[in-house]
Design a protein around this ligand. Structure first.
Ligand code: NAD
Length: 261
């Protein structure tokens, strides 16, 4: 089969672990050159050692505009253009309960999580915009089941994932007809998605088996999803085969929307 992303240049935030890493691997298999932004230099270097010339690594913090800007610039210097931006980096609130958290911790958690999940998405899209206009490219946000339903996290995470949908839909409207803007909404997935420091005193850290069992119980297909389960949706949205798709969310969540029917 022909490669779906041959000669595309893609920038993925959080491409060094979990869902972003799986998307990076698959995009490279599909013929793309991939540039990734991450925080951990160890995992970034591991990806570089594995993929060599096919990948560019950028250490940075998505909540800082200049780090997004620097990564876009480096990507274009290295690979000549930018076709697809994937805003994927994110952090979690560990299902911390609103009623349990002190006002100070609430405020610290708000700043910490919204800065990364929401402001990081705004900043990445803004930094990538000029290059995407030149390439008639597209943007994909990693959202979540928590973008639509309660019980995918606490209030911080759920509010942040709803906010990303607003950003995605408004950008799809404003950036048409040049740039398509879409999202993938994974359900609970076995990754190392980290609980932000201000909320750690208020949450129980669960082991992977407990996590897998609770994820399975929540979706009709009873899947404890793996990062690889979601990559086909990203390939479709990133590719020219989706040229008529914008402002859409592909849910990859074991059927959360049919829960209760
Ligand atoms: P993960 O922790 O493996 O990946 C997240 C990546 O983002 C990591 O590489 C992390 O270092 C990076 N990151 C976090 N903050 C950053 C920052 N400030 N600057 C740069 N990089 C930063 O977890 P994951 O589950 O693969 O998460 C990826 C995305 O998927 C997130 O947006 C998350 O909300 C979403 N998601 C996850 C699940 C799940 O159950 N794991 C479900 C739905 C959606």
């Amino acid at each position: 089969m022909a490669m779906a992303l041959k000669d595309k240049v893609v920038l993925i935030t959080g491409g060094n672990s979990g869902i972003g890493e799986a998307v990076t691997r698959r995009f490279i298999q599909e013929g793309a050159k991939v540039s990734i932004i991450g925080r951990s230099i160890e995992t970034l270097k591991k990806m570089k050692a594995e993929f060599g010339e096919e990948i560019l690594i950028n250490q940075g913090d998505v909540s800082k505009y200049e780090d997004n800007e620097r990564a876009v610039k480096a990507t274009v210097e290295q690979f000549g253009k930018l076709d697809v931006f994937v805003a994927n980096a994110g952090v979690f609130d560990g299902f911390a309960k609103f009623a349990d958290v002190t006002p100070d911790a609430l405020s610290d958690a708000y700043d910490f999580l919204i800065d990364i999940n929401v402001k990081g998405s705004f900043f990445g899209a803004k930094a990538a915009l000029e290059e995407l206009q030149k390439s008639n490219g597209n943007i994909i946000f990693t959202v979540s089941g928590a973008s639509f339903y309660p019980d995918g996290g606490g209030v911080w995470y759920t509010a942040s994932k709803h906010a990303q949908i607003g950003l995605m839909r408004q950008l799809a409207f404003e950036l048409a007809p040049n740039i398509r803007v879409n999202a993938v909404a994974p359900g609970g997935t076995l990754t190392a998605l980290s609980v932000i420091p201000p909320l750690r005193p208020f949450v129980k850290i669960v082991d992977n088996e407990t996590k897998a069992n609770s994820i399975k119980k929540r979706n009709p297909l009873q899947l404890a999803q793996l990062p690889e389960d979601h990559v086909a949706a990203y390939v479709l949205l990133a590719s020219d085969a989706a040229r008529a798709i914008t402002g859409e969310v592909i849910s990859s969540d074991g059927g959360l929307s049919v829960r209760g029917l």
